[in-house]
Ligand binder design. Sequence first.
Ligand SMILES: Cc1ncc(COP(=O)(O)O)c(C=O)c1O
Length: 371
Amino acid sequence: MADGSGSSGFLRDNFQGVGFWNPTQILPHERNRKIARMDLNECPYPPSPKVIEAIQDAATGLNLYPDGTCPQLSALLSEQTGVPLDQICYGGGSTQLLTAIAEISIAPGENLIAPEIVWRRFQGVFQVVQADVTAIPNKKDGSIDAAGMISGIGNKTRLSIILTPNNPTGLMLSEQELRDICEQTPENVLLFIDEAYHEFALHAGGPNAIDLVKDRKGPWVVTRTLSKAFALAGLRLGYALCSSQEIANALRLATSTFNLSGIAEAAAIAAFEDKSYTQFILEENSREMGRIKKGCQDLGLAYMDSVTNFISIDTGVESGPVVRALRDRGVRVSTPGYDATGTYIRASTGLPEDTDAFLSALEDVLALQSD
Ligand SMILES: Cc1ncc(COP(=O)(O)O)c(C=O)c1O
């Protein structure tokens, strides 16, 4: 009954009684204290000084609506990727685009296919569109089963979701696996590749999805973000590279005409142009990731061999209490959202001192757990 007191009979079934979890919430004991924030796969460094300057310059135009097609940014991305300007569109973070992609392709009850281990936000996307989901089990090492993602497609499948690298595993598909998926996903299925960690994958010598998907005969969308390797999670800027103008326009309709602010466009251009700063971020990340992996080896802990800025680690004990105990010690990590054993935690890379704090708190917490 809709009585204005929280009862939700007027909502569609899939929205009734939904909760909200605020991942950035600061707990009372975390205020005014140095926290190792290693739970949200953010960049621990501030944006490039050139980006901050560009934001200040763009601020004077805030009285006007921006050009939602972001002509200058689109020209830059078009040059980078070879995707025509009118096939590029934007979201308030790529998160917004994920839902929009599902909305433009899936009607309630229609089928999509996705890996079983997938970034937890996707569960929300599936709920919003009321999809019938075919979840393909990941391989033993946690990586996406490329062959399974092809053979699992049925007559009614309309959307296939691939993440490379995937979250929470941090693992990427090989060039051959990605090529097979691009070629063998049927032409009546929209192939969606989430490449939020694209720059990290390239840095690790991985394939560039756009080079492979462009040869595909059927429809496709690749999403990327400025949140990770460009240190701009707070700006909320993601983009979609689409196989047709029709798909890009559908995404614009499902999001908004003025989806990106002029500030965001200016910041993104400056971020792409400051290549040495991105290189600095990627190199710092590799070093700290190496230190975390080494620390896990020293503690005798298994982990997934991530190429990104986060890593899933098997603590060998129930993960929830470990996450809480680390947080009590000023180190924020998360559970991966999906893990068959319930013993994994997911930690993002941070500053060198965050790595130190994490490894020493983890040793401490695990010693207490085994007592
Ligand atoms: C796999 C994956 N896709 C997309 C995103 C969305 O990032 P944003 O909305 O900041 O662009 C994330 C963020 O953690 C992610 O892990």
